[in-house]
Design a binder for this molecule. Structure first.
Ligand code: FES
Ligand SMILES: [Fe+2]
Length: 448
């Protein structure tokens, strides 16, 4: 590639207290192409939830990097993942986001494939005068080189590799457990999904999920609605943390939350909410404590923004959102978002979850538009390259500790680093974790 060396893009000198990011990582077309190869088309990428293909012959479509992907359950119930491209001339065989099909008939020349990806028919084959060499080829859909399922979260990779999905997720898998274990019946996506694009780089979405610093600046209208509602709420809802949780009452001691950084670029930032009726899980608080222990239950009630690098985010606060990030170009990103929920919650809890979801998370809600406008505002600002290095990624550096802390110990969490914070620290060390994983993956591409 040649235009940039890694040191031109990420200035990482921890011993000198310096961590800087060059604007070019958000705008440069060659950097973007290298990201597609090194990050999206080499390693593990989130595909979707197992519940999106729950029954025989159910399927959904997605992408890994630039490649279209078909995730399909066959007639025997086996879940498989393929490149969604016909071996004949390459057309996508499945055209819709989600469906049920025993057979996919390619729209171009009608080659057909069963739900296990096997070729079942080639139109007018006997009249086709093919050679024996053609007959000896496998005409099925190409399976993904790697496909993994962690507790209903499906991941795939376009390249073979040494790193198992379990090793890739590492300790961050325990944070997926906090989502998956909220019901004994598992998780589901609430019907209805939203897809939208913003005219900015995908890494701005990555950052924003982990950015507590912007909340009071970018979301004033949402905050004023929250304040107004709080005045109208009953006292037991408002009391939440300190009245309803012995643990946090004893242990918080000025800590409002914090962050964890994990190997391979995964991060969590979290805040204490306490066992409060403001959260739809409240009706299950007792049962969850009995089934999973109070430590794990209490963590389910914390505000948690989780990123599984590079494209999965799960945000749990007043409601719960699953986001899939799809980079389209240096300055264009597609988001697919769902409300994710424990199966079997009461109608009242589900109603509360959906109403609170609409408030905050929907692109028509009171927060998401503030964020996407900010991304586009940054992208426009990146064109000013007189000072190419962005500042402030070192926020929280002197508060960073290696390993875990007493709060994470309650769920046996062993992160690479952690920060404990008051309500204003809002550390950006999580962003460093993204960019270190990014740099490790990009280094061979940039050197080539
Ligand atoms: S491209 Fe699929 S049948 Fe020709
Ligand atoms: Fe935001």
């Amino acid at each position: 590639m040649g235009t940039f060396q890694l040191a031109d893009l990420i200035d990482d000198r921890p011993d000198e207290g310096i961590f800087r990011v060059n604007r070019a990582i958000f705008t440069d077309a060659d950097v973007f192409a290298a990201e597609q190869r090194a990050i999206f088309e080499q390693g593990w990428v989130f595909l979707g939830m197992e519940s999106q293909a729950a029954g025989p012959h159910d399927f959904f479509t997605t992408t890994i990097g630039r490649a279209p992907v078909l995730v399909q359950r066959d007639g025997e119930g086996v879940l498989r993942a393929f490149i969604n491209s016909c071996p004949h001339k390459g057309a996508r065989v499945a055209q819709v986001r989600q469906g049920n099909a025993r057979l996919h008939v390619c729209p171009y020349h009608s080659w057909s494939f069963d739900s296990a990806g096997r070729n079942r028919a080639i139109k007018w084959k006997n009249a086709g005068c093919y050679t024996p060499a053609f007959d000896s080829e496998d005409h099925g859909l190409a399976p993904l080189p790697r496909f993994g399922n962690y507790r209903g979260f499906l991941f795939g990779s376009l390249a073979p590799g040494e790193l198992s999905l379990a090793d890739y997720l590492g300790e961050a898998a325990k944070l997926l457990d906090l989502v998956a274990d909220q019901s004994e019946d598992g998780l589901e996506l609430v019907p209805g999904q939203v897809t939208f694009t913003f005219a900015a780089n995908w890494k701005l979405q990555l950052e924003n999920c982990s950015d507590a610093y912007h909340f009071t600046s970018a979301h004033p209208s949402y905050i004023s609605v929250l304040e107004r509602r709080q005045q109208e709420m009953s006292a037991d809802v408002v009391a939440s943390v300190w009245e309803n949780s012995d643990y946090w009452k004893e242990e918080a001691q000025g800590v409002a939350g914090g962050s964890f950084s994990f190997d391979h670029g995964h991060v969590l930032n979290w805040g204490i909410f306490g066992i409060t009726p403001a959260i739809p899980l409240y009706e299950q608080a007792g049962a969850l404590g009995t089934r999973l222990g109070e430590g794990k239950r209490d963590w389910m009630f914390n505000m948690r923004n989780l990123t599984i690098f590079p494209n999965l985010q799960i945000a749990e606060n007043a409601s719960s959102q699953l986001r899939v990030i799809r980079p389209i170009g240096p300055g264009m990103t597609e988001m697919r978002t769902w409300c994710i929920a424990p199966k079997g919650e009461s109608a009242a809890a589900r109603r509360q979850r959906i109403r609170q979801y609409e408030d905050f998370f929907n692109p028509t809600g009171m927060a998401t538009p503030d964020d996407t406008v900010s991304y586009e505002n940054c992208q426009a600002g990146f064109a000013g390259t007189v000072q190419p290095w962005l500042q402030g990624h070192g926020r929280g550096m002197t508060a960073t500790q290696p390993g875990g802390n007493r709060f994470g110990d309650r769920i046996d969490l062993k992160p690479a680093h952690n920060v404990l914070a008051d309500s204003r620290l809002s550390d950006e060390t999580l962003l460093q974790n993204y960019y270190r994983a990014w740099a490790a993956r990009m280094a061979p591409e940039l050197a080539a």
